[in-house]
Design a protein around this ligand. Structure first.
Ligand SMILES: Nc1ncnc2c1ncn2[C@@H]1O[C@H](COP(=O)(O)OP(=O)(O)OP(=O)(O)O)[C@@H](O)[C@H]1O
Length: 338
C-alpha cells in the first residue's frame, strides 16, 4: 500500500477560488482506421483552481489521457473551450500557443516517453531552456542541475543516459524537465503506474512537495483510487468520455453519489480511514462498452445495478448535490447511502 505523507493544501487554501483553467464542453472525436467516429471526450466541463490537485479517475478507455492531452494541446479538441489566462487554448495557434504551452506541462506514465535515449539526462532537462533560448548555456546548465538536485538526481547521475537510470529516477528527471519553464499547471498522466510499488509513495511525496514549494496546480490522471485519494483536493470520475461525478475528495469518498463511483471505490482496497470505506464490495460487471457505440441515456446504465427505463431514455443532467459536489445520475439522492 502506498503511504504518502499528508500534504497540507496550503496553496489551494490560501488562493482564492478563482479558476486558473476553465474547460467548457470539451470534445475530442477521433476517426478510426475504419472511418468511424469515436467520441473519446464528449462534453466535459470543469475548472482547475490555482495550486490545487484535480484528480481524474476512471477505468482504462474512459478518455482520461485524451482529456489530459487536450488540456495541454498535444492534440486538437474537436469542440469546446479551454480558457487559460484569458486565452482559449483550444483555438490558439503558432507562437501564442507555444508561449502558453510553457505554462502547461504534461508528464506521462512511461518514464521514457519524454527522454531522448541518445541525450544525457542533463541535456534532456536543459533542452526546453535551450529551445526558448533563455540566458547563456552556463546558466541554463546551472538551472537544469539545480532542478535535478531538487528531485534527488546528483550531478554525477545527470551525466548518464536514460538507460542507466531506474524507472523511478527517470520519473524524477521528468519532473525536473517539466519544471524548467516554470509551469503553472502540470498534467500528470498515470505518473506512478509504471513504477515499482515500493517507490510510488516517494515519488508521490515529491510531487506533493514540489507543488507546495511552487504553488503548482496538477491535473492528476489515474485509475488508482488510492493514489487519487491521497494526492487530490477534488476528484472527477470519468466514464466513456463523460464525467459521472465531481467533488472534494473527502465528500466523494464519504458519500459517493454515483453508482459508478461506489462500484469503483468498493472494487479496490482504498487506503482510506475505515469509516470512509465502502462496506460492501459492489461488483462491476462486464467491460466498459465501446465508445464507438455508447449506450443511450446514461452511459453507465448497462453496468448499473439500479438502471431503470428512464436511464436509457434520458441523459442525466449534471447537477449539484452539495456545495462543490456534482453528479450525473437520475436517482443519485434516492440511491446514495445514508
Ligand atoms: N489516436 C486515437 N485514435 C483513435 N482512437 C483513440 C485514439 N486515442 C485514443 N483513442 C480511443 O479513445 C478512447 C479513450 O482513450 P484514452 O487513452 O483517452 O483512455 P484512458 O482512460 O486514458 O485509458 P488508458 O488508461 O487505457 O490510457 C479509447 O477507446 C481509445 O481506444
Amino acid at each position: 500500500m502506498i503511504t504518502v505523507k499528508p500534504a497540507p493544501r496550503q496553496a489551494a487554501a490560501t488562493t482564492e477560488d478563482q479558476p486558473m483553467l476553465s474547460v467548457e464542453d470539451l470534445r475530442v472525436t477521433f476517426t478510426t482506421a475504419d472511418g468511424e467516429s469515436l467520441k473519446a471526450v464528449d462534453g466535459i466541463s470543469f475548472e482547475v483552481r490555482p495550486g490545487e490537485t484535480f484528480g481524474v479517475i476512471g477505468e482504462s478507455g474512459s478518455g482520461k489521457s485524451t482529456l489530459g492531452r487536450a488540456i495541454v494541446r498535444l492534440l486538437d479538441p474537436t469542440g469546446g473551450r479551454i480558457l487559460y489566462e484569458g486565452d482559449d487554448i483550444a483555438r490558439l495557434k503558432g507562437r501564442r500557443l507555444r508561449h502558453k504551452r510553457r505554462e502547461l506541462q504534461i508528464i506521462f506514465q512511461d518514464p521514457n516517453a519524454a527522454l531522448n535515449p541518445r541525450m544525457s539526462i542533463l541535456d534532456s532537462v536543459r533542452e526546453p531552456l535551450d529551445v526558448v533560448g533563455e540566458g547563456d548555456r552556463a546558466s541554463r546548465t546551472g538551472r537544469a542541475l539545480d532542478l535535478l538536485d531538487r528531485v534527488g538526481i546528483s550531478a554525477e547521475q545527470a551525466r548518464r543516459y536514460p538507460h542507466e537510470l531506474s524507472g523511478g529516477q527517470k520519473q524524477r528527471v521528468n519532473i525536473a524537465r517539466s519544471l524548467t519553464l516554470n509551469p503553472k499547471l502540470v498534467v500528470c498522466d498515470e505518473v506512478v503506474a509504471a513504477l515499482d510499488v515500493s517507490i510510488r509513495g516517494d515519488v508521490l511525496n515529491l510531487f506533493a512537495e514540489i507543488q507546495r514549494e511552487r504553488g503548482l496546480a496538477y491535473v492528476f490522471i489515474t485509475h488508482d483510487i488510492g493514489v487519487v485519494s491521497h494526492i487530490s483536493d477534488r476528484v472527477a470520475v470519468m466514464y466513456l468520455g463523460r464525467f459521472m461525478e465531481l467533488g472534494p475528495v473527502a465528500a466523494v469518498a464519504e458519500r459517493p453519489m454515483h453508482p459508478y463511483t461506489r462500484a469503483l471505490m468498493s472494487a479496490e482496497p482504498v487506503p482510506l480511514p475505515s469509516h470512509l470505506r465502502q462496506k460492501r464490495r459492489i461488483l462491476l460487471e462486464g467491460e466498459i462498452p465501446s465508445p464507438l457505440n455508447p449506450p443511450s441515456g446514461c452511459r453507465f446504465r448497462t453496468r448499473c445495478p439500479h438502471a431503470q427505463a428512464t436511464c436509457a431514455e434520458r441523459v442525466p443532467d449534471w447537477r449539484p448535490v452539495a456545495p462543490d459536489h456534482f453528479v450525473a445520475c437520475h436517482f443519485a439522492e434516492e440511491l446514495a447511502p445514508g
